[in-house]
Design a protein around this ligand. Structure first.
Ligand code: IVH
Length: 671
């Protein structure tokens, strides 16, 4: 193929892909199957690899990410990104309307109502019909250039319709980037499975995702964007509505929830309607934005330093309930962190009965000035656990009393400590405080860690109370008699338990590392460290600089790893576990190029029992295999874990691709 031919082929393919992308994401219809779509994308990817000089920065292949941004460039906004005045009451809204009426004199005006989407503001610049830049709000005057990440948002056009009037194609679109509620829930489910800390809410997750360095990870996070305004010097529109219609025509994702209102009563109707219906939307919304529609009116009304005078946000009250605070209990975790938990009189809130709420730490209790027996307001925001937002002081009576945050550990009475700059109290008695000791063992045996499923929380407590286990290493010393004499144990359960412990000796190094419970070393981090350093001895002596060289390992993790290995007791634990035969190095037969997968291509899908996804990828690659992202006729194997999407399975079956389950994959690997 000549370069000219390649160029024309790349262009045709790109247009075709974007056409189908638009149909799918903007018009909710399809003309081709997923398989045919992936095939087109793959052809384009190949051509771009062959002819890198022909690669267009707005090629549809950018949607899958891959570009890494080390430092985000700062970009000055052409039009400042203002914020909105807020109101929580209809009276204030009516005051707003009065102000508008007065400032516009006798001119009739209309409102354009939209929902207030709870995400992250984004400015997207288009020039000559193409997406040029995506910039975060930043401080309103300048933000970060996150273009590579923005291009992975599939509903945002990379190129605009070519028959567009070119004079209108230099403009700025403003929108709200969000993570759909469903995507967020799935992400947290996955995190829970992996034993990683859960994400607090979709908004913060969207914001964090948009600032990630690796755009391929951003692509996997499936962000979306609702566009809500259009700015440009040469647009010649008379109203906000015209801008919105123009955006829709160009294929931007505009939420169909908007409504033009001729009078305030219609605005109230809109507010009331969506107060009930907003839970049905795919994203979180926290209110309504009321905008004066005519641009001439907007201009006349102008802006204050912070916000436009022509718009206001009416915020819905978060769903909240009032109930009595019966008690505050303190939980001590395996790291010694003390967490206060509010015990409440059960109350119905957003469809569930709430009996407990998180209180975070002593500062929070102080801030709220909580008394036992107070009536408190409980809210369920985007957060998973409800929280107390305030005290109903009108109902405070003689029955209530202020309480002291404990000075000593509620379990072992050791004086609590608070590290500088941290809000949380810790019990420093690591070796003598029962919940810390049992917590470490519980973490060690957990399904996500050493997976000793013949034991549970109760057994760990029994072992502790009977002086049989103080550290995970003690489990490997247990004899038949030790276990058999425990309450509730018979012959079979004793043998099962010992067998479970024995079997755990073959659990791979990266999981053992996670099981140790080093602070901030979740499953993914443990995998990264294990595969990088290959064995515990190298990891134990790694310098701070060597640690932060590992992709995605930051200062905080590096410090925590170093702290852990500087403690004699931990070194002794590892020596003991080693002596019992646990795995402390990456299994060379798996990793060191047996070459059994040489030249074969793999798609992996779903979740796996004995491998993390990154681990599986590393194993495939280090044995000569190749990971590809989509299923095509040329694929050799689809490795199917649990919860694989049915569409993938169907596609692989229709193409006669060999599907391997986890154990079949192991067989293949071991030749
Ligand atoms: S218009 C002058 N429309 O709310 C600001 N903003 O508090 C004009 N937001 O930064 C913004 N939904 O991130 C507008 N339908 C909507 C919105 C919306 C959410 C966010 C936006 C903005 C913030 C202002």
């Amino acid at each position: 193929m000549t370069t000219e031919e390649a160029k024309s082929k790349i262009q045709k393919l790109s247009e075709k892909i974007e056409y189908h992308n638009r149909l799918y994401y903007q018009e909710n219809t399809t003309e081709i199957s997923d398989f045919e779509f992936d095939k087109l994308l793959e052809q384009l990817q190949k051509l771009e690899e062959q002819y890198p000089e022909l690669k267009d920065p707005n090629s549809p292949t950018q949607r899958v990410g891959g570009a890494i941004t080390k430092d985000f460039e700062t970009v000055k906004h052409e039009y400042p990104m203002l914020s909105l005045g807020n109101t929580y009451s209809k009276e204030e809204l009516s005051d707003f309307d009065e102000r508008i009426k007065k400032l516009l004199g006798d001119e009739p005006y209309e409102y354009f109502c939209e929902l207030k989407f709870d995400g992250v503001a984004l400015s997207i610049l288009y020039e000559d019909g193409e997406l040029q830049k995506g910039v975060t709000r930043g401080d309103g005057k300048k933000g970060d250039n996150v273009t590579n990440n923005v291009k992975t948002i599939r509903s945002l056009p990379l190129k605009l319709n070519s028959d567009l009037d070119k004079s209108k194609v230099k403009f700025e679109v403003r929108g709200e980037v969000f993570m759909p509620k469903e995507v967020f829930a799935n992400l947290n489910k996955e995190k829970q499975k992996q034993g990683e800390a859960l994400l607090a809410n979709p908004r913060n997750t969207a914001s964090g995702t948009l600032k990630m360095q690796d755009s391929a990870v951003v692509a996997s996070r499936k962000l979306d964007c609702y566009c809500y305004s259009l700015l440009g010097d040469d647009l010649n529109f008379a109203s906000h509505e015209e801008g919105i219609l123009f955006l829709e025509e160009l294929g931007f994702n505009v939420s169909k929830t908007y409504k033009k209102c001729n009078e305030l009563s219609q605005v109230y109707d809109f507010i009331n309607l969506w107060e009930k219906k907003r839970n049905e939307l795919p994203l979180e919304t926290d209110g309504v934005v009321v905008k004066v529609n005519k641009l001439a009116h907007q201009k006349k009304l102008g802006n204050t330093a912070k916000s436009p005078r022509w718009a206001i946000a009416y915020k819905y009250k978060a769903e909240s309930a009032s109930t009595r605070l019966l008690d505050v209990q303190y939980q001590v975790g395996r790291t010694g962190a003390v967490t206060p938990v509010a015990i409440l009189e059960p109350v119905l809130l957003a469809g569930t009965t709430v009996k407990r709420a998180s209180l975070h730490n002593a500062n929070e209790i102080e801030r709220l000035d909580l008394h036992i027996n107070d009536y408190v307001f409980v809210e369920k925001g985007g957060e998973i656990i409800p929280k107390i937002t305030g005290v109903d002081l009108n109902l405070r009576d003689n029955d209530t009393h202020k309480f002291q945050y404990p000075q000593v550990c509620p379990v072992c009475s050791t004086s609590l400590e608070r590290k500088e700059g941290e809000a949380v109290h810790y019990c420093p008695n690591q070796d003598g405080c029962a919940p810390q000791i049992t917590g470490r063992i519980e973490h060690f045996i957990h399904r996500n860690a050493m997976n000793i499923d013949s034991m549970g929380e109760q057994t760990v407590k029994l072992l502790y109370e009977n002086d049989l286990a103080r550290t995970p290493a003690d489990l490997y010393k247990l004899t038949y008699d030790d276990v058999f004499q425990l309450e509730g144990f018979k012959d079979l359960s004793t043998r099962n338990m010992l067998e479970g412990i024995e079997n755990s000796k073959s659990i791979p190094f990266e999981i053992v590392l996670f099981a140790l419970g080093i602070r901030y070393v979740g499953k993914t981090v443990a995998e990264k460290l294990a595969f990088h350093f290959k064995n515990i001895d190298k990891l134990m002596v790694a310098t701070f600089d060597e640690l932060i060289e590992v992709p995605e390992i930051g200062d905080r993790i590096a410090e925590s790893v170093q702290d852990y290995f500087s403690i004699d007791k931990n070194k002794k634990l590892i020596e003991e576990l080693k002596s019992y035969g646990l795995q402390f190095h990456i299994n060379e037969s798996q990793i060191n190029n047996s070459g059994s997968l040489e030249g074969k291509s793999f798609v992996i899908s779903g979740v796996f029992e004995s491998y993390g996804r990154d681990e599986l990828k590393t194993i495939i690659k280090s044995n000569g295999g190749k990971i590809v992202s989509s299923i095509s006729g040329k694929l050799d194997y689809l490795v199917a874990g649990e919860n694989m999407g049915p569409a993938k399975k169907k596609k692989a079956e229709s193409l006669d691709i060999t599907i391997l389950d986890e154990s079949q994959f192991k067989e293949l690997l071991n030749g």
